[in-house]
Design a protein around this ligand. Sequence first.
Ligand code: SF4
Length: 251
Amino acid sequence: MLKILATRLKQGHRTVEYPRKNSELTERFRGRPLLYPTKCQDACRSCVDACPVDAIAKNPLTIDLGKCLLCANCMEACPSGAIAFSSEYERAARTREGLMVTGTDSMHPAPLDKDMRKLLGRSLKLRQVSAAGCNICEGELVATGNIEFDIGRLGIQFVASPRHADGILVTGPVSTNMEYALRQTYEATPAPKIVIACGSCAISGGPFAGSREVRGIPKDIPIDLFIPGCPPHPLTLLDAIHRLIGGRKSG
Ligand code: SF4
């Protein structure tokens, strides 16, 4: 026992300082895209041709973050340095249009309205629906609960039953079989409820888009928060959900 305590003392405090301080991520991390349209050559289509998911368009130069896998093929293919990726993990939007990147603006989702925040009381219980993805988003969601990120300290928890939840968080492109399960879970969640689409699959189908089995989140289920990425980093998830409940207002 004493040995364990001594080891813990030696290890010190491991939880990231978010939201008091932004965490530094490694150079390899690809955060929000940065587009410089003035550097883009009109006739060049290298980036469009390099994109595996049709997420990039020209005139004006635009990346649809709802589709983007953050593979950086476009950056490598661009001969004029018009595309880069920041190391910022803050990257989410309240609307689908908010995921269309055309420049270098930051992407901080607005909080829920005052009544909803009052009802939630700065805490949020979510039921996660894994709707036929590859499970990498689930891996990052599990990581948000570990000692390093500790999402619970921000009042955000994942619960077993939709009956106990304030909303649902959906991952995966939603296959034909999972559409029914998603709808049942949504209907079992008491109103008013929020819906979060997590990862490019839940937002656009991601690399599975175009498959006859992919249904997507049904149009009649309104989405309150879009968290793009393939997968989103635990800090991206933490920051986006925390901002949604009004926990972080600064830029
Ligand atoms: S980083 Fe995104 S936009 Fe660029 S090539 Fe990869 S998927 Fe396409």
